[in-house]
Design a protein around this ligand. Structure first.
Ligand SMILES: [Zn+2]
Length: 116
């Protein structure tokens, strides 16, 4: 992957991922939402769903309109349903505050035990 291993900014999605979608293993790509397999997965199945527009976090939705949020969670639901069907279990997670490394709303859809 061409993703800079040393990226130390606070918005991986605007700065790296959304600038070069062709380099990602894309699961879903539509007008408002991108979902792709995490470049450094933490679980055996680890898909990230992000709004293409900058939204800071789930608890700071400035800049997010209702259409974007509905589109985002439609994709989260679809991706999670696929993982649940394929693996028998899935988790949906979004981090906030100190837990949130990248200050751009992103939702993890995962399955399996942590890899590290
Ligand atoms: Zn952003």
């Amino acid at each position: 992957m061409p993703v800079p291993a040393a990226y130390d900014g606070d918005d991986f999605y605007c700065d790296v991922a959304l600038r070069d979608i062709a380099q990602l293993s894309v699961v879903h790509d539509s007008e408002n939402v991108l979902a792709y397999h995490h470049t450094r997965p933490y679980w055996p199945v680890h898909i990230v769903v992000v709004p293409k527009a900058h939204v800071p976090s789930l608890t700071d939705l400035s800049g997010a309109d209702e259409t974007l949020l509905r589109d985002l969670f439609d994709v989260v639901q679809k991706v999670a349903a696929d993982v649940e069907r394929d693996r028998g279990a899935a988790a949906v997670l979004t981090n906030l505050g100190r837990y949130q490394d990248s200050k751009h709303l992103h939702v993890h859809v995962s399955s399996g035990q942590p890899l590290r």
